[in-house]
Ligand binder design. Structure first.
Ligand code: TMP
Length: 227
């Protein structure tokens, strides 16, 4: 059965992960590879509604458990409608955020029990995990300043994705710590990237790692020769 290759990009708001995802998608498409690009929250009709609700700073108050439930409602739809079908077609799937974001933001940031999050993942997302995750880790203050500038620009065009930006620095410090803990616990899957390096340099490093890991996965999936 064909099985594609599932890659996620993670990091704080303003970490540069979406730029890197786009650069990798462009490079792979130029090589003629079949690539599906998606994001969470969002990426499906239902998911984009959930995204608008969740990120709009006028949606107040949102209880932490409700926030987590909506993130998983979005993800369950995305797995069923976009990610699993693309993997079944043998495609490369590049997803901007996945369950690591819930572990970092709702687990670390909102201090929800990590085991509860992993249980929801098992039930609602078929316990599907990425083959490879790029975690971008730039300096925290650089990230936050970048995210705030971007959101101010978007606000000027009528898009409000500011709800998370209203959080204190201590919230983002907890998210950052949770991400670093994920990287320690999932060493084989998660590749950490120094997000302060120039964009092109990060892209080259991501492309190199992707090619090695993808090649290994393809080779391992080949039927073994009979003796
Ligand atoms: P982004 O798409 O620009 O990265 O923004 C999405 C925001 O949603 C970001 O602040 C992180 C937050 N988020 C969570 O809190 N939990 C999640 O599970 C996901 C996917 C995103």
């Amino acid at each position: 059965m064909p099985r594609g290759f599932f890659v996620t990009f993670e990091g704080l708001d303003g970490s540069g992960k979406s730029t890197q995802l786009r650069l990798l998608a462009r490079a792979l498409s130029a090589e003629g590879q079949a690539v599906t690009v998606t994001r969470q929250p969002g990426g499906t009709e239902l998911g984009e509604h959930i995204r608008a609700l969740l990120l709009d700073s006028r949606t107040q108050p949102v209880a932490p458990l409700t926030e987590m439930a909506l993130m998983f409602a979005d993800r369950a739809q995305s797995v069923e409608q976009v990610i699993a079908p693309a993997l079944d077609r043998g495609e490369i799937v590049l997803c901007d955020r996945f369950t690591d974001s819930t572990v970092a933001y709702q687990g670390g940031g909102r201090e929800i029990d990590r085991e509860a999050i992993l249980t929801l993942h098992r039930v609602l997302c078929r316990d599907l995990w990425p083959d490879l995750t790029f975690l971008l880790l730039p300096n925290l203050d650089v990230c936050l300043a970048r995210a705030r500038r971007r959101n101010a620009r978007q606000l000027a065009f009528g898009t409000d994705e500011n709800r998370f930006e209203a959080e204190q620095r201590s919230f983002y410090e907890r998210v950052d710590r949770a991400y670093r803990e994920i990287a320690r616990q999932a060493r084989n899957r998660v590749v950490t990237i120094d997000g302060d390096a120039p964009v092109e340099e990060i892209h080259r490093s991501i492309l190199r790692t992707f090619s090695q890991r993808h090649q290994t996965a393809v080779t391992n999936a080949l039927p073994h020769e009979r003796p």
